[in-house]
Design a protein around this ligand. Structure first.
Ligand SMILES: Nc1ncnc2c1ncn2[C@@H]1O[C@H](COP(=O)(O)OP(=O)(O)OP(=O)(O)O)[C@@H](O)[C@H]1O
Length: 332
C-alpha cells in the first residue's frame, strides 16, 4: 500500500533531508553534543526531535541547516550539500531558530522581510508579494508596518517563522516554534505546519510540548545525551519506554492504602503519590502485564474503595519520561 508520505514523495526526486552519522563536538568540550544521528525526512513528512535540555536537538537542527558544520557525517538537502552554500541549496532550507536576535530592530517587519527575501534569493519582483504572504501565514498582516522593537516576544517569534518561509523551502527546520506563543497563536502555527506539510514541505521540529509533538508528528525521535534513544510513532515509543499500562486512583489524605500500594506495587510499577485538591492521587505505571499477587491484591482493594479508579494506556509524556529517565543498565 502507498502511504500518503510515499505518494507525495514520488513527485520530488530526492528527499528534503538525508543526514547520516551526524557527530558534533564543540570546542572546549570533551563530550559529544551529538553522536551518530541518522535522519531522513521525506516530502510532506513532519519529524519531531524530543529530548531533555542539552540532548542535542538544536545542534542537530543547525547541522541539518548548513549553519553548523558536523564534526563527522553528511547532510544532503534535496540531494545537495548545504555546506557548499549554493544559492539553490540555501533556498531549499527554511531555518527558524527564534530568540531575540536575527532582525534589525528599528526597521519594520516588512523591511526586515524584504531584506531577508533578497538574501534568500527571492526574485526582486516577487519580494513584496512574498513578504505579504508570509506575514499573513503567521497572522501578522496588521503589524507589517511596526518596527520589530515594537512587537511582543510572541510576535517576534512568529516573524522568525515568516522569515523561514520566504524562499518557499522544501525543508523547514523549526526549533521550538511555539515557544512563548499564546494558545491561539500556537494553534495557528501548528495549523500552518500541517498545511506546509500537505504542500510537500519536509519539516523537522523540536519541541518540549508533548501534546504538540503527538498532534503534529508523522515520526518522533527521542534524543538523550546526543544519541537516538528511540524513534517511531507514538505507539513505538510506548514499546520503547517499557510501560504496559497505567492505573490511577485517589484516596482521602493519609489513607494507608497509598503507602501500601507504593510498597507492594513498587516491584512491578513506577509509583507516584501526589497530594492536591484535598486527596492523595496514586499513579502506578506498570512495567509488566503480569503484576505480582501482592500488586493484584492492592489493586483489588483500590478498585473496591478508592475514588476515580482508572486503567488506561500510558500517555506520550509518561512514555517519554520513562525513555529519558536515567536508568542503570539502559543503553543509549
Ligand atoms: N556553542 C556551544 N559551545 C559549546 N557547547 C555547546 C554549544 N552549544 C551547545 N552546546 C552543548 O551541546 C549540548 C547539546 O546542546 P543543544 O543546544 O543542542 O541541546 P538541546 O537539546 O537543543 O537543548 P534545549 O532543550 O535546552 O534547547 C549541550 O551539552 C550544550 O551545553
Amino acid at each position: 500500500m502507498t502511504t500518503p508520505v510515499a505518494a507525495r514523495n514520488q513527485i520530488g526526486a530526492e528527499p528534503p533531508l538525508v543526514a547520516s552519522g551526524l557527530v558534533r563536538r564543540y570546542r572546549r568540550s570533551d563530550a559529544l553534543a551529538v553522536s551518530g544521528v541518522d535522519l531522513t525526512i521525506e516530502a510532506g513528512e513532519i519529524v519531531t526531535l524530543l529530548g531533555p535540555n542539552g540532548a542535542g536537538k538544536t545542534t542537530t537542527v543547525k547541522m541539518c541547516s548548513g549553519l553548523l558544520m558536523p564534526t563527522a557525517g553528511s547532510v544532503r538537502v534535496s540531494g545537495r550539500d548545504p555546506y557548499r552554500r549554493s544559492a539553490r541549496a540555501m533556498a531549499d532550507i527554511g531555518l527558524v531558530l527564534g530568540g531575540d536576535g536575527g532582525f534589525y530592530k528599528r526597521a519594520t517587519a516588512t523591511a526586515n522581510l524584504l531584506y531577508f527575501a533578497d538574501l534568500a534569493g527571492v526574485p526582486a519582483r516577487e519580494r513584496h508579494d512574498r513578504a505579504r504572504e508570509v506575514l499573513a501565514d503567521v497572522g501578522l498582516t496588521d503589524r507589517a508596518g511596526s518596527k520589530v522593537n515594537e512587537l511582543s516576544r510572541g510576535m517576534v517569534q512568529r516573524l522568525h517563522i515568516a522569515r523561514g518561509l520566504l524562499a518557499r523551502p522544501r525543508l523547514l527546520l523549526l526549533d521550538e516554534p511555539t515557544n512563548g506563543l499564546d494558545p491561539e497563536h500556537a494553534q495557528m502555527v501548528r495549523r500552518l505546519v500541517r498545511s506546509l506539510s500537505r504542500r510537500g514541505v519536509g519539516i523537522l521540529l523540536t519541541t518540549h510540548y508533548l501534546t504538540e509533538a503527538e498532534e503534529l508528528s508523522d515520526r518522533l525521535i527521542v534524543l538523550r545525551a546526543g544519541r537516538v534513544r528511540a524513534e517511531g510513532h507514538v505507539a513505538d515509543l510506548a514499546r520503547a519506554g517499557g510501560l504496559s499500562h497505567v492505573t490511577t486512583f485517589a484516596l482521602p489524605p493519609g489513607d494507608p492504602l497509598a503507602a501500601t500500594a507504593a510498597q507492594r506495587a513498587g516491584v512491578d510499577a513506577v509509583v507516584d503519590v501526589q497530594t492536591f485538591h484535598g486527596k492523595d492521587h496514586v499513579r502506578l505505571q506498570w512495567r509488566t502485564v503480569a503484576p505480582s499477587p501482592e500488586s493484584l491484591a492492592t489493586l483489588e482493594e483500590a478498585r473496591a474503595r478508592a475514588l476515580d479508579y482508572t486503567e488506561r494506556p500510558p500517555t506520550l509524556e509518561e512514555n517519554y519520561l520513562a525513555l529519558v529517565a536515567e536508568q542503570p543498565g539502559v543503553t543509549s
